[in-house]
Design a protein around this ligand. Structure first.
Ligand SMILES: NC(=O)c1ccc[n+]([C@@H]2O[C@H](COP(=O)([O-])OP(=O)(O)OC[C@H]3O[C@@H](n4cnc5c(N)ncnc54)[C@H](O)[C@@H]3O)[C@@H](O)[C@H]2O)c1
Ligand SMILES: [Zn+2]
Length: 385
């Protein structure tokens, strides 16, 4: 991973560029206010003569499609557009079929490009459609949610959901370019922005204590959209790029990025992947649970676990099971039900749960040998408040 220019220099004229170092599949993440305007030019430079198809969802289309189309047109890059419905339900066989057929109808060929314009849902779906179209067409990520800019658009995981579970069908397919325009986040709802922030904080908690400390002091500026936002996004992308370049296929270290996700996914499943709990909100609660469980095992101090909780709560994220409306009163939310949901997670290997635990703030470890009974007791205790 190389960093071409400093964060201080980031502006429309001078975006921050983070390179994901994957040899012949290396690519740039271009981060900055207004960088969307350079999309057409960058694509024309990368792939002269290419045709493109933009895949986006209804909400994102309303705010940002015209700007993307204008940028492509100005650079003489032909484009067609496929608009899908928004929400997690879009990552389905049915919509994958629609998008794939539309890409074929748009005559997107082997050397053309798919452009994913949207949050993680569009990025995962369009990336997967590109991966299977004609056995693989390249694609560009234009992430429009904070979660997508710091996480899902980088690293090449693409896919859809099965009725039996989230992200169970997919492919590793790296984008050839990521354009993260930080001003695009201005139209994102505050709750969605906050949910994405949980993934930003995750990078601090799992591997960078100094960044976590910086977030504690600067989170308000990140929400406001100043240069702090670009710094936070660039730092997150660098952290992810570094891990992905060392462990693209998640045979080891990449699993650290799942901090908070074993608990979080179970909570998302228990609430039916609905608006009751956004992914990032589940990750926030999951990260606090992982920190508290690490403290229970004597790996970190209670004070460090409390520090993680305090920061996430200070930006307005949920941090306790009780923060999910009605959750602890419902029959589903008992410790055994949550254990069963965790056992379904695709990170399960031969029946053993994988947990990412903390040895310190900024030092996470992958553990495969946690005693399930300990986890169950811990959850039971948390559920009873
Ligand atoms: N591939 C990966 O590595 C990876 C990593 C993390 C998460 N994910 C996936 O990402 C998905 C979640 O992504 P998400 O949180 O971005 O959800 P999302 O794509 O559903 O976007 C959230 C909502 O915000 C809207 N939106 C997005 N950008 C907007 C903007 N700029 N202005 C106004 N509205 C906007 C969308 O229309 C949607 O309604 C999940 O399916 C998850 O599995 C994938
Ligand atoms: Zn996540």
């Amino acid at each position: 991973m190389t960093i071409r220019n400093s964060v201080q220099a980031s502006s429309e004229a001078q975006p921050t560029i983070v390179n994901v170092g994957l040899a012949d599949r290396a690519y740039d993440i271009v981060i900055g206010r207004g960088v969307l305007r350079s999309l057409g030019e960058r694509i024309a430079a990368l792939r002269p003569g290419v045709r493109t198809a933009i895949v986006t969802d209804q909400s994102v289309a309303k705010h940002w499609l015209a700007a993307v189309e204008a940028s492509l047109k100005a650079a003489n890059v032909p484009s067609s557009t496929i608009v899908v419905g928004e929400g997690e339900g879009t990552k389905s066989y049915a919509v994958l079929e629609q998008v794939s057929e539309a890409l074929i109808a748009a005559k997107i060929e082997r050397n053309d490009l798919v452009i994913a314009l949207g949050g993680g849902v569009v990025g995962d779906l369009a990336g997967f459609a590109a991966a299977i179209l004609r056995r693989g067409v390249d694609f560009v990520q234009v992430p429009t949610s904070l979660l997508a800019q710091v996480d899902s658009s980088v690293g090449g995981k693409t896919g859809i959901n099965s009725p039996q579970g989230k992200n169970l069908l997919g492919a590793f397919h790296q984008p050839v370019l990521v354009i993260a325009d930080t001003s695009v986040l201005d139209t994102l709802s505050p709750r969605q922005f906050r949910a994405g922030y949980a993934e930003v904080a995750k990078y601090g908690v799992l591997g960078d204590e100094a960044f976590f400390t910086w977030l504690e002091a600067n989170h308000a500026d990140i929400f406001e959209g100043s240069a702090a936002r670009e710094h936070a996004i660039a730092t997150s992308c660098r952290a992810k790029a570094a891990i992905v370049s060392r462990d693209e296929r998640e045979t080891g270290e990449r699993a650290l990025l799942n901090l908070g996700h074993t608990f979080g996914h179970a909570l998302e499943a228990a609430t039916g992947f609905s608006d009751r709990l956004f992914h990032g909100e589940g990750v926030s609660i999951g990260m606090v649970l992982a920190a508290e469980f690490s403290a229970k095992l004597g790996m970190i101090s209670e004070a460090d676990a409390a520090r993680v909780e305090r920061h996430l709560a200070s930006v307005g994220l949920p941090t306790h099971l009780q923060d999910i409306a009605g959750f602890t009163q419902e029959g589903l939310a008992d410790a055994d039900a949550l254990m069963a949901l965790m056992a379904q997670d695709k990170k399960v290997k031969r029946g053993r749960l994988t947990f990412i635990l903390l040895q310190a703030i900024g030092r996470a470890v992958v553990t495969n040998d946690v005693e399930p009974a300990l986890v169950r007791d811990f959850l039971q205790q948390k559920l009873s408040g």
